[in-house]
Design a protein around this ligand. Structure first.
Ligand SMILES: [Zn+2]
Length: 340
């Protein structure tokens, strides 16, 4: 949980993930795991298996939702453009960080222009959209020129505060649990494999992808030997969903279509055999790095599992038991036989 808290605390909106990738690289280096960066900026770690003629690949993504400065407004505030799929209402009132091109960091708050009820009659009713939402920078700036003098410009990245908190009741509340909860689980799994001196049955690659939120994080760097490709990403919760915050969610189908039937059945079997709490589910508006890999032409067996995340792409929350169940299923999965 501490590792996940560390991960969510490093700003990494899609397109600006160098710092978090460096953090992951360092973590793996300390475990003496070889890694390399792809040109897109993602990281690949490989553990040699007993059989290196067939490979397995797991992926989790470190990129998160975020924003970019779209316009420096005449009133000294910033108009933003969203990175990833979410609504403006889910960031209203959030603290944020603006990173300039030369690396300077400023803080601010994301607000409706018409926030003050003492001044604006329609404060509650006005639409939460690009025109009305703006960043109030924590600097003495009242004109566009003053903002530019700070070095802030169109194209600067904006990261939202995660506000990470672990409650005594075992809930982890934070933004960006999608998908840093899974990155934490995958890193911990690698640590466990190394510490226990386990040799995996097949050479296994772990791709820490950095462009998932925009659709193409993990669709490359898949070796020709790779047979199975499992995305470890969040389980989607809501009305009619079976996914919850306490079990591991195994995805049967999302908007991209069904995941590989044999692999799905294999994951269910592993969960049942090892008494791991799981839920089978369908995610209505969802695509993963595994489906992105299939779409880009890779002939692989693809699957998707992950911890259940409440209020995804907004004020997210999960429970330690969902993290544990996901970790357990992965532990048995990486040591199991391939399904084809
Ligand atoms: Zn995700």
């Amino acid at each position: 949980m501490k590792l996940i808290a560390d991960l969510v605390s490093i700003p990494s909106p899609t397109g600006n993930t160098k710092e978090v990738i460096t953090f992951v690289e360092k973590f793996l280096k300390e475990l003496e795991v070889d890694t390399y960066r792809n040109r897109k900026g993602g990281l690949i770690a490989t553990l040699k298996g007993q059989d290196s003629s067939k490979h397995r690949m797991l992926t989790a993504h470190v990129d998160t939702l975020g924003a970019m400065v779209k316009e420096v407004k005449a009133n000294g505030r910033l108009k933003i453009d969203l990175i990833g799929g979410f609504k403006y209402n889910s960031i209203e009132g959030e603290y944020c960080q603006i990173e300039t091109q030369n690396g300077k960091k400023y803080t601010g708050t994301i607000l409706m222009h018409q926030t003050s009820v003492h001044v604006y009659k329609d404060a509650g009713k006005a639409e939460r959209n690009q025109d009305n939402i703006e960043i109030r920078i924590d600097e003495k700036v009242h004109t566009a020129e003053e903002v530019r003098a700070l070095g802030i410009e169109v194209g600067d990245f904006v990261a939202f505060d995660p506000r990470v908190e672990l409650t005594p009741s075992g809930y982890l509340k934070s933004r960006h649990l999608d998908d840093k909860a899974s990155v934490g689980i995958v890193l911990q799994l690698i640590k466990q494999i190394k510490n226990k001196g386990i040799t995996l049955p097949y050479t296994t690659h772990f791709l820490i992808s950095n462009n998932e939120e925009i659709g193409y994080g993990g669709n490359s760097n898949i070796t020709p030997e790779t047979v199975e490709y499992l995305a470890v990403d969040m389980g989607a919760m809501g009305d009619g969903q079976s996914t919850d915050e306490y079990t591991v969610s195994i995805c049967a189908k999302d908007s991209s279509g069904p995941y590989h039937y044999e692999l799905r059945k294999h994951l269910v079997r592993l969960a049942e055999e090892n008494k791991i709490g799981y839920k089978l589910d369908i995610y209505p508006f969802y695509g993963s790095d595994a489906s992105a890999a299939i779409r880009s032409g890779h002939d692989i067996v693809h699957g998707l599992i992950g911890p259940g995340i409440d209020s995804s792409h907004a004020f997210e929350r999960t429970h330690v038991s969902s993290i544990e169940n996901t970790a357990k299923l992965l532990y048995y999965y990486v040591q199991s036989n391939l399904v084809i």
